[in-house]
Every structure is written in C-alpha cells, then in structure tokens.
Ligand binder design. Sequence first.
Ligand code: FRU
Length: 491
Amino acid sequence: MSAGALGAGFWKPGFARGAQSNPAIAKAIEAVKAAIPKAQADPDRPVYHFRPPAQWNNDPNGTIFYRGWHHLFYQHNPYEAKWGHMHWGHARSRDLVNWEHLPIALWPSLERGEEHVYSGGAIAGPDGRPVLFYTSIGQRDPEQWLALPTDDDLITWEKYPGNPVVSLKHHGALKVDSWRDPFLFREAGRTFMVTGGNLGQRGGYAAVQLYEAQDRQLTQWKHLGPIFRHPDRSVRNIECPNFFKLNGKWVLLISPHRPVEYFVGDFDLARNRFVPETQGVLDPGDDYASNVSFDDRGQCILWLWARTNTPPEKGWNSAMALPRVLTIGEDGHLRQTPVPALATLRGPESSMANLLLEKKTVPLGEKASGDCLELDVTFEITTARSVGLRVRCSSDGKRATEIAFEPGSGMLTVESRKGYVGRDKKLHLRVFLDKRLMEVYANDGAGAMLIALAGEPADQGLELLARNGTATLRSLQAWNMKPATFSLEHF
Ligand code: FRU
C-alpha cells in the first residue's frame, strides 16, 4: 500500500507511516502479507469471525473503545501459523462485525533482551489516550511493561523508557510464579492492575495479585497483595485475569489452563478482598484467554480466543470468538449474547414452524443447509429425553456434529462438552456456523459454547433431532451469513 493510495484526508503523519518505519514491525508485516494468499485460499477458514490477515493468533489483548472505534489487539505470530515470536496484532471496528486490519502494534525488543510481548490490557492514560501494559518475556524474570501511542489512531507505539513499571521486586518476600497478563481498571478515582500466576512452593495456589498506580502517568506501582486464590487446590495457575465492575457487582474471569471460569461477588476496596458469591464455567468449548472492553453505552463486551488447531501449512491458525455482550442474570450468573450487529450479515432467510418431531432425526434437506449460517430455533419438549440439531452432516449421514439438550438434567452437550443451560421444557438456541467454527447460545445467553468443528467442507447438511419421545419444533429461522469485511487498506 503506497502513501498515495491511502487517499487525501486519511494520510496524516503518524498513520501507518510511523509503524512501517520501525524495521521490526515492517519485517513482521511483510511476513504476514506473504502468507495471506495461502490463508485466503483455504475453504475452511472462518469468514465472519475476526481473524488476523494470516498466520497465528491467540489471546485478545488491550481491548478498548476509543473515539468511536473498538480496538482489538491480539497475541500474534507474524512468522508462522503456530505459537511463537509473540507480537501484538491490531485491528479496529466501528460495529464489532467489520474490521480494518492495522499495522502490528507491539514487537519484541530483541536488543533489550525481550523475546516475546505477552498478553496484557489497555486503559486511558493521563491525556485520555489509551496506553498498553503487557508482560515482557526474555531470558530473565517476567516484567510488566508500558507502551504509549504517538497518534490518536493508536497506530504507532513507543515503549516507556523507564520499563519495567512492575517487576517481581514489587512483591517483596512473596514469590509469584508464571507471573503475567496485566489487566487494568479504575475504581473510586484510583487505577489498579491485576496479574495472574501462582504462589508456587509457598502454597501451591493459583492467585490473582492486585497493584495500585502511584502516579498519573501510570509508571509507579504498589503491590497491594493477592485479591483471589482459587478455591480448587488442583488449579495450579491463573492466566489472563480480568477484574471489573458489572451491574453493581464485581466479576473476575480467569483462564486456569482449562475452560475460562467466572466468579461474581463484591470487592472490598478498603481490605483489598474480592468475595465471590457465584461462580461457573464461562464456556466449556474451545475458547480461552478472555478480555473485556466497555463501549460508549457502557455495555461490557467479552472477547475470547477461538482455538482452531489448524495445521500450520494452511497459513492461518485460530480466530476470535464473536464479540459477546456480558451481563449478570437475576440468579447472579453471567449471561453472554453475541453482539446484535451480527444481524447485518444475514442474507436470505428460510423458516419453518410447528413441526412435530417423533422420529429420531429429521433432515432439513433443501430447506436449510450450509456451513455459514445463523440459526434461531425454539423447541417445546413433551416427552423426548433429548432434543437438538445435527449440523455439518455429510450426505451419507455418517459425519455430523450434534447439539443435544436433555431437559432432565438441563445440560446442553456438543461433542464431549457439556454446559448447564436450565431445566426447562422449552429450549431456545442460536447457532452460528462459520466454516471451522460454531458457536451455540442457549436460553438468552444462559449457556454459550464455541466449538472448533472437524469434518469436510462438503458436509453441509442440517437435521433436527428428538430422541426417546416427542417434541415440537416451535420455530426455526435460518439465514445464510455473508462474510464480514476485513480491510487491508491500512495494514
Ligand atoms: C494464554 C497465554 C498467556 C500469555 C500468552 C502468551 O493463552 O498463555 O498467559 O501471556 O498466552 O502468548
């Protein structure tokens, strides 16, 4: 992309040019660009889930809404479609559906012994512009580093010369292992950071540490102590803690090397103690490493890494889960619903209503099929022991992924994953099929599951299912989903 091609009005000092004048970033972007044709040629690649231009991504990082844009940074290997050489990729969106890829934001400063730029968070700095905190990894102890933008599009980043801003020394005698993944929040005019890790030999606890900024520039920090220790002693470590206020309560999300868990409760600021009241698994599927942001209406947006385990030869590997609006239900548990703007991708619709299901499975045939669909389905269960759908069925019926609900237990099962969605005789499912990825939302977000699908591109069939009894399909709507746009104009 030449400067001229960017067009008048867009080309202003700092946009793109700054990032490309950094040789480490220019080299990384060239490596990603070289892999784009291969990634684009793969028919299995999701088309409306966010993904980098090519190569590898893992965790969402530094998610923040600023000046009308949702900024998404992410763990990114520009050189291969597998984990390594951690940089921070960057993209922005106005509607949480269509994206502009922007130049890679953060790179490992090899000359300073930094080998990886690990996960972290964003928060408004003293002048209102977001700043980024991340874990700097090298042949030394992990350190928390600060990076500052030089422009309002958040394209070009500089590392604070006084880094690290937090080091293991801040903990005094407390030994924290696997210490990483800063997340920032403000409360009562004060600025705080939490980090993950564990207390190793001195307790075997997975724990979340709390720190408070001592200056407006966010360069001086004080360790306040652990605010959380995992109640399950078999959990050895916590990654990517997110701690934030939602509907008057405090929410802690953690990635404990198994599906993301949440705890909802109260935060006693005077005693630095978080007291959880409810807890649960956020999503028992293939996603991990959460982050959150708050939009201009105060809505909490949840971000998750969608692990696809794609063979690296394909030039891409992983994506992000659909952004979800996070709320707390009346029962004190979290609710997750995909952002409403996804409806803008709906294409032609087909629908059915009031169909008695008494056979084991009912193929939908021409009525609805595909690998890029949104489905909205309501069942009323009379005597059936389980109801649901089979998606991505092969034409011989041998291969399929089954989504099954058992009213007796209230459990929704997809492949080997199970989640409790309520013991009702009525089931409402929203299913998003996007090539290798599927997301299932049950009963207004009481359950959410992201699954990386196996199967062949030709497996496009859909079937309804009711086992051991009868049920009624009250309604089914199916939309073909259009691809989201991923502009490379400013990459
Ligand atoms: C979670 C994680 C983080 C770490 C990052 C490295 O997936 O392991 O703890 O910062 O990935 O890429």
